[in-house]
Design a protein around this ligand. Structure first.
Ligand code: MTE
Ligand code: MO
Length: 535
């Protein structure tokens, strides 16, 4: 083994000189040569990414090359791209993005391999450049750690070295008279390099799992009791109709929307919230200080502005937290302020009207969700929950900063991306039963669904079949004006195709509008309509 390596190295040395001479002329390449060059590029990329991900997992999980490139793309993406991604892939949008990045990277790496064997250095510049790009992307991320640059540097160096070494092994076998022994050796090296990269990736994943001590911290936590507990859910709030969303959404089924490719893992011991800006005095609250404050508990239905008519980006939970208004009062808010910009540890921001945080609604700095500490992907250890506003302007997860400011001075994350700076939730309803497109049996049946306009409240729901007269549905007991409400209506289903529509009526006397509007810029609207076939 040692011997044959020696020979190999000598052989490579000789041909390198030969190759330099050839560089002055065009090299004749065969299809096989190009395939092998592409394989060299791919394999160099795999080992570079694998080692960089491994280094990231160990020293700086948030600087994972895939995560920083992905997060950068998410931040740069225009809002139509976000809409399309959510529409196409739903909550699988992140997996789709990672796959997309991997495919583009693979194509670039293969091209770099081919270019490198065409002109020494060209491919190296490309793969090295990609590594450097990752380095920069990692360093400019909000909350970048002190070693954020390291994975990108590892990627760049490993990619350049691997590509040059593999390409050197390619040279003796270029052209029309390949030496089979050299070709076999090249294949072995290429496959071995790629395998090393895959092993590093796998080890990195295991290492990332091992750093999940935040899960342990979270599991060991005991939430304080609420000074103001939520009233029990009235039994008449839950109609328990098969297929109808439960009135309280279990944490594991709760929709998740955020820009975080790697979920921030915040140790409560390191967490603090800084309240600053247009205040009389800055206030900083640590985790222990927050836990010692009186806790309020309330049911609030959270909804995403990206939710389509009839969509499922909405859920209801019992939140435990300290009212934001108390902390703002402690800081002393200046009279000309009208907005609070909340910032997440990962740089996401939301602009919330000051009034929604200081009036009598329970805008919470929440630490608990349905009796548990916040799940990590739902903002552990602390997030905002504000009744009546879409999540993008209120529900900042992993929140670390509240800046008291003005709408004419600052903007939340989604506003420059084409979304409204204010996001009150629109009056909406949806049909859960029967599901659209279903075939159901003729006879006594039921139509049921959900209706909501948080912080206003639902007064009724009307249903019509096949464009007939509107009939009032039975409304379940609402938990509060801040939550969605179930509704149902008996239906004698007759054979044939039917269209069912619903519309909600609010406590304010409004009727849900028929006119369809897309989610951007301030929330979808229109009647939900389902088509069913009765057998
Ligand atoms: N840090 C952070 N918080 C965030 C977001 C985000 O991207 N980053 N997205 C907001 C949006 S758009 C919504 S709809 C809600 C969703 O909260 P959930 O994932 O707990 O359901 O979180 C909000 N808070
Ligand atoms: Mo959202």
């Amino acid at each position: 083994m040692g011997n044959s390596d020696e020979t190999g190295a000598n052989g490579a040395g000789t041909t390198r000189r030969g190759y330099s001479r050839m560089m002055t002329h065009a090299i004749r390449t065969t299809r096989g040569d190009r395939l092998r060059s592409a394989a060299a590029g791919l394999s160099a990329a795999v080992v570079a990414v694998g080692l960089a991900e491994l280094v990231a997992a160990v020293v700086e999980p948030s600087a994972s090359p895939f995560a920083v490139i992905g997060s950068g793309l998410i931040d740069l993406a225009p809002s139509w791209a976000k809409d399309t991604a959510i529409a196409l892939f739903g909550t699988g949008d992140k997996a789709a993005l990672i796959t997309g990045i991997a495919l583009v990277l693979a194509a670039l790496a293969a091209a770099a391999g081919i270019l490198e064997s065409w002109r020494s250095g060209v491919g190296a510049v490309i793969v090295g450049g990609l590594g450097a790009l990752t380095l920069v992307a990692a360093m400019i991320r909000p909350g970048a750690g002190p070693f954020a640059w390291l994975p990108g540097l590892v990627a760049a160096v490993v990619a350049v070295v691997a590509l040059r070494l593999l390409t050197r092994r390619l040279r003796p076998i270029a052209g029309f008279a390949p030496d089979h022994e050299d070709r076999r050796r090249f294949l072995l090296w290429t496959a071995g390099t790629a395998a090393a990269g895959l092993i590093a990736l796998a080890v990195g994943n295991v290492a990332r799992g091992a750093t999940r001590s935040i899960d342990a911290v979270r599991e060991a936590l005991h939430l304080p009791k609420a000074a103001a507990p939520a009233a029990a859910v009235p039994s008449a709030a839950e109609l328990a109709i098969p297929g109808l969303a439960p009135v309280v959404t279990p944490n594991t089924d709760f929709y998740r929307i955020d820009t975080a490719l790697i979920v921030p893992r915040v140790d409560p011991a390191d967490w603090s919230l800084r309240i600053h800006g247009m205040v009389d005095h800055e206030v900083t609250v640590t985790w222990d200080e927050l836990l010692a404050l009186p806790m309020t508990e309330s049911f609030v239905t959270l909804a995403c502005v990206s939710n389509e008519v009839g969509g499922s980006l909405i859920g209801n939970a019992r939140w435990l937290g300290h009212p934001v208004r108390e902390l703002l009062a402690r800081a002393g808010v200046r009279s000309d302020a009208d907005m609070v910009l909340s910032t997440s540890i990962d740089g996401f921001t939301a602009s919330t009207p000051l009034e929604a945080l200081t009036d009598d609604r329970d805008a919470l700095l929440a630490i608990g969700m349905n009796g548990e500490p916040l799940p990590i992907e739902h903002g552990f250890p602390v997030r905002m929950v504000v009744p009546g506003l879409y999540g993008y302007v209120s529900a900042t997860k992993w929140v670390t900063e509240l800046e008291v400011t003005r709408f004419d001075r600052a903007m939340g994350y989604w506003t420059p991306r084409g979304w409204s700076d204010h996001g009150p939730i629109k009056l909406q309803s949806r049909i859960d039963v029967p599901r659209g497109g279903r075939v159901i049996e003729a006879g006594d049946s039921v139509i049921a669904g959900m209706a909501w306009q948080q912080h206003v409240g639902i007064a009724g729901v009307e249903v019509r079949v096949d464009g007939g007269p509107w009939r009032s549905a039975d409304l379940a007991a609402p938990i509060s004006a801040d939550t969605w409400v179930q509704w149902s209506m008996p239906w004698a289903a007759e054979s044939g195709s039917h269209t069912i529509e619903c519309r909600a009526l609010s406590v304010d006397g409004d009727t849900q509008v028929e006119q369809q509007a897309p989610p951007a810029p301030d929330g979808a609207q229109g009647w939900h309509r389902v088509d069913v076939t009765v057998d």
